[in-house]
Design a protein around this ligand. Structure first.
Ligand code: OOG
Ligand code: MG
Length: 258
């Protein structure tokens, strides 16, 4: 049975709109290939852009052992960051989401377009204007925040919201593999990591995404933000929860669930 990409995209968008978790796609079809999953993701993006949203950038997920172990999925994934998902006031309206979780993110803002094939770590850094700290709020549309690799790809890698630190640093002024990250929930340290948690170096993540997009005739664009993936696991974000991600060399970011 072939997969109707537009139909599954509409299924996931309805879950977003209704703030209602839904059964994983792989529980309902015989097979969802990785290509089909990215095609559903593309159809979902098309629906969202059709409503007037725009792209703010792209993201990787499941690039650290901490995240792969937490989610039980052992491969990195790629998704899109919508402009409407960018938080500017430090608050997340929890009621707009299903079962949000927060996680720290190393974020790149690009000065130049970037696309594979053949992009390495140094090529990736050449395209970066600034490295920033961030917090991503993920919100799987699936029941119990549980999914397989193709499910999470179709669901735009659980992307929901992102907050980005005010002040960053030029990429070559930092040693990205020793970039420190401390993640606090309600003033308690709940996670610590360095940039090396992300495929050895967050710039490797950026290169990997550029090569992935190049394979599909796509590119990362100047001015976009790119999230490298969370170096620690994610924590539930409820009303009143305050999360803070502190970094060495770039500004911290705080978010409050309201
Ligand atoms: C998938 C998204 C993972 C990350 O930074 O690892 C992700 C999920 O955990 O729901 O954004
Ligand atoms: Mg993330």
């Amino acid at each position: 049975m072939s997969i109707d990409h537009a139909e599954w995209a509409a299924y996931l968008l309805a879950a977003v709109d209704e703030r209602q978790e839904v059964a994983a796609i792989t529980k309902q079809v015989d097979e969802l290939s990785i290509d089909d999953a990215y095609a559903v993701q593309a159809a979902l993006l098309e629906l969202q852009l059709g409503r007037g949203d725009t792209l703010a950038g792209a993201k990787l997920g499941l690039t650290s052992a901490a995240k792969q172990e937490q989610m039980g999925v052992a491969e990195p994934v790629y998704g899109w960051v919508l402009q409407s998902s960018v938080i500017v006031d430090g608050e997340v309206a929890v009621g707009e989401l299903i079962h949000p979780r927060a996680e720290p993110e190393v974020v790149f803002r690009l000065a130049q377009d970037l696309a594979g094939p053949g992009i390495g770590r140094e090529d990736a850094l050449d395209a970066v204007e600034v490295v920033l700290g961030g917090i991503e709020v993920i919100d799987s549309r699936y029941e119990a925040f549980s999914f397989t690799l193709p499910d999470v790809i179709a669901d735009n890698t659980s992307a929901a919201r992102v907050a980005i630190g005010a002040q960053g640093a030029p990429p070559r002024s930092l040693d990205l593999s020793t970039l420190g990250c401390v993640f606090d929930v309600d003033g308690e340290v709940v996670g610590t990591a360095t940039g090396a948690a992300l495929l050895g170096d967050p710039a490797e993540c950026l290169a990997m995404l550029a090569n992935h997009l190049g394979k599909h005739g796509q590119k990362l664009e100047a001015g976009w933000i790119v999230m490298a993936g969370a170096p620690t696991d994610a924590k539930p974000l409820g009303i009143g929860t305050v999360v803070k991600a502190r970094y060495s060399g770039v500004d911290a970011v705080s978010l409050k669930g309201v």
